[in-house]
Design a protein around this ligand. Structure first.
Ligand SMILES: Cc1ncc(COP(=O)(O)O)c(C=O)c1O
Length: 407
């Protein structure tokens, strides 16, 4: 009969053979070395400040268009709640490849060259893991999305930064980029329209980057998640440059375009040799993207263009307002060509962007993100999202104006 003694004896043995010391010491060095997201730390303060207007959030304030949500609900009701093929539903992949071909004139095979992922976040992670060995370098263009450096470092890669500046319209200086390439460089990570600057990329710069990639045998990781939130000009992708489909990982998704951040859905398109490897990682780590979200995304791709256009029109109105108010307040602010962020320069106030953000939060209860979290060259700036109601943006801008005048 099992007795309390047996349990006690085993416990004693376990204590004797078990490793001594603090289990915390077992945490992986690479993961421990990654600093927590600067945005998250800041927002812990924001959430504990009542009546605060946040211009810090990087997601649409619109709810997912109802026809998309309704399709998701139907998918649940009808029992479409199982694993899908690893690559994602073929119907969705067909729609994705057709959309890319329509926009950029480049055709991908729905069978072999596309994988539906859990957002661009997971797509980028598995794309980097398919290419980067420990010690390899990947070039990132700063200021940039906060996850990039961590994504690269988590797989043992080294993020090499190329800075861009407001007085150059955040354009990539091609000479700076060329100098960043070393024998260890595996790829260049681009994000246009850009988070946090809202800048877009022109034909000549894309052409020059394509040439550098081909000459140096590099992969381009192209995060185009804001491609449908573009204002005056057409969005251009590096995949449409000669020889680039073969060496580009094209990343896009539904989070921003269709206000579907919580559905966690995106996709990766690339040449077969690369997608074959990427798919293995996807199979072993995720199996597939959420089935319900995939059915909803089919509806998004087929029937929600009007809703996407409506959101873009609304963002344009807000953008025009917020840009003019920042400039009137004496904080130089470029007009973003895409995405839903402005990145004004706060150096005329004499405050660092951290000081500006903290003092503004305390004095006027408006949350903005200090630009330094997006890279050293962003440190004189703040990022403000205009994915917020016009009413909130108006109030926030009044408060910012009052704050700046009172300094
Ligand atoms: C540039 C950029 N890439 C990727 C993401 C994450 O996208 P997803 O929701 O598709 O994972 C974001 C989210 O803010 C982003 O700004």
């Amino acid at each position: 009969m099992a007795s309390a003694n047996v349990f006690e004896e085993n416990t004693v043995k376990l204590t004797l053979v078990g490793r001594k010391g603090n289990p915390e010491s077992l945490l992986a060095e690479t993961a421990k070395a990654i600093p927590p997201s600067g945005i998250r730390q800041f927002f812990d303060i924001v959430y504990s400040t009542p009546d605060c207007i946040s211009l810090g959030v990087g997601e649409p304030d619109f709810v997912t268009p109802w026809r998309i949500s309704d399709t998701g609900i139907f998918a649940i009701k009808d029992g479409y709640t199982h694993y899908t093929p690893n690559r994602g539903l073929l119907e969705l992949r067909n729609l994705i490849t057709a959309a890319i071909e329509k926009q950029h004139g480049i055709s991908y095979s729905p069978e072999d060259e596309v994988v539906v992922t859990m957002g661009v976040s997971q797509g980028l992670d598995i794309a980097l893991r398919s290419i980067v060995n420990p010690g390899d370098e990947v070039i990132i263009v700063e200021p940039c999305y906060v996850s990039y450096e961590a994504n690269i470092r988590l797989i043992g890669g080294i993020a090499v930064t190329v800075p861009t500046f407001a007085d150059e319209n955040f354009r990539i200086d091609i000479n700076r980029l060329k100098k960043a390439v070393t024998p260890k460089t595996k790829g260049i990570l681009l994000n246009y329209p850009s988070n946090p600057t809202g800048s877009s990329i022109d034909y000549d710069t894309l052409d020059a980057i394509a040439r550098i990639a081909i000459e140096n045998n590099l992969i381009v990781f192209s995060d185009e998640i804001y491609s449908s939130i573009i204002y005056e000009r057409e969005h251009q992708s590096i995949i449409s440059f000669p020889g680039m489909k073969e060496r580009t990982v094209y990343l896009n998704g539904f989070s921003k375009s269709h206000a579907m951040t919580g559905w966690r859905l995106g996709y990766v398109a690339g040449p077969k040799y690369l997608i074959d490897v990427l798919l293995k990682i996807h199979q072993y780590t995720a199996l597939c993207a959420p089935s319900i979200s995939q059915y909803a995304a089919i509806e998004a791709m087929q029937n929600a263009d009007r809703e996407v256009a409506h959101m873009r029109t609304e963002y344009t109105r807000r953008r025009n307002f917020i840009v003019s108010r920042f400039n009137e307040a004496g904080l130089p602010c470029l007009s973003p060509q895409g995405a839903f962020y402005v990145f004004p320069d706060v150096s005329p106030t004499g405050l660092s962007s951290e000081e500006f953000a903290l003092k503004l939060l305390k004095a006027q209860k408006v949350a903005v993100v200090p630009g330094g979290v997006f890279g050293e060259c962003g440190k004189n700036h703040i990022r403000c999202s205009f994915a917020n109601s016009m009413e909130n943006i108006r109030t926030a801008m009044k408060r910012i104006d009052k704050f700046v005048k009172g300094l």
